[in-house]
Design a protein around this ligand. Structure first.
Ligand SMILES: Cc1cc2nc3c(=O)[nH]c(=O)nc-3n(C[C@H](O)[C@H](O)[C@H](O)COP(=O)(O)OP(=O)(O)OC[C@H]3O[C@@H](n4cnc5c(N)ncnc54)[C@H](O)[C@@H]3O)c2cc1C
Length: 172
């Protein structure tokens, strides 16, 4: 069986051909180690980060739930979706559906902006399909810079509001 995470790669555009090869693999019910019980729908606010073309994410470096507004304002200015690291969702600053990474969602936006995110492997594995990654972190040695196309070593509370202002001015 082959499977791929939703959003792990950009959708293939065009046509391709393939052939289906049937493999005889008869399985008796008593061979199965798992069994179907029921389907339960998860509770979600309807956010689907896998389809977002621009995502601005906040990490623990933001500090607390209220200060996430700084990141949210940049996302709003760019018409982007708001993402987060697990540190943020575990702390309850944002619901789980915003979490990106190995135990969250895998995303492939054209632009991904990480604010105050260290770049643990469990997070970066979820953003590998991004077209362009911008990282803002005050620690020059943060691992996020090894996957970023543009790295800004700075306090996010200086850079992010300045970016938001510039985007809003450009938007007129
Ligand atoms: C089984 C398992 C699954 C996991 N799944 C996920 C997952 O799906 N997604 C995920 O994200 N993590 C996941 N994790 C957790 C992951 O290992 C990290 O702990 C988490 O990603 C850290 O989040 P963070 O980068 O926001 O926080 P931190 O690692 O604490 O990083 C905060 C960063 O903010 C910077 N910073 C602080 N203040 C400022 C400032 N004012 N301006 C700029 N920068 C600042 C710091 O320099 C630091 O680099 C998982 C872990 C395990 C064990």
């Amino acid at each position: 069986m082959a499977t791929i995470d939703k959003g792990a790669a950009p959708a293939f555009e065009g046509t391709t051909t393939g052939t289906v090869r049937n493999v005889d693999a008869s399985v008796q019910e008593h061979d199965l180690r798992s069994r179907f019980i029921e389907i339960r729908k998860g509770v979600s606010g309807g956010l689907d980060l896998t389809q977002a073309s621009v995502i601005v994410s906040g990490g623990r470096g933001v500090g607390d739930a209220e200060k996430l507004d700084v990141v949210r304002e940049l996302a709003d200015a760019l018409g982007a979706q708001l993402g987060a690291s697990r540190a943020v969702t575990d702390a309850g600053w944002l619901p789980h559906e915003h979490q990106i990474g190995s135990s969250g969602v895998t995303v492939s936006p054209k632009l991904y902006i990480a604010c105050g995110i260290s770049g643990a492997i469990q997070h970066t594995v979820g953003i590998k399909g991004s077209g362009y990654i911008v990282a803002i972190n005050k620690d020059a040695d943060a691992p996020i810079f090894s996957v970023a196309d543009v790295g800004v070593v700075a306090d996010l509370f200086e850079i992010v509001p300045a970016l938001t202002k510039a985007v809003n001015e450009t938007n007129g």
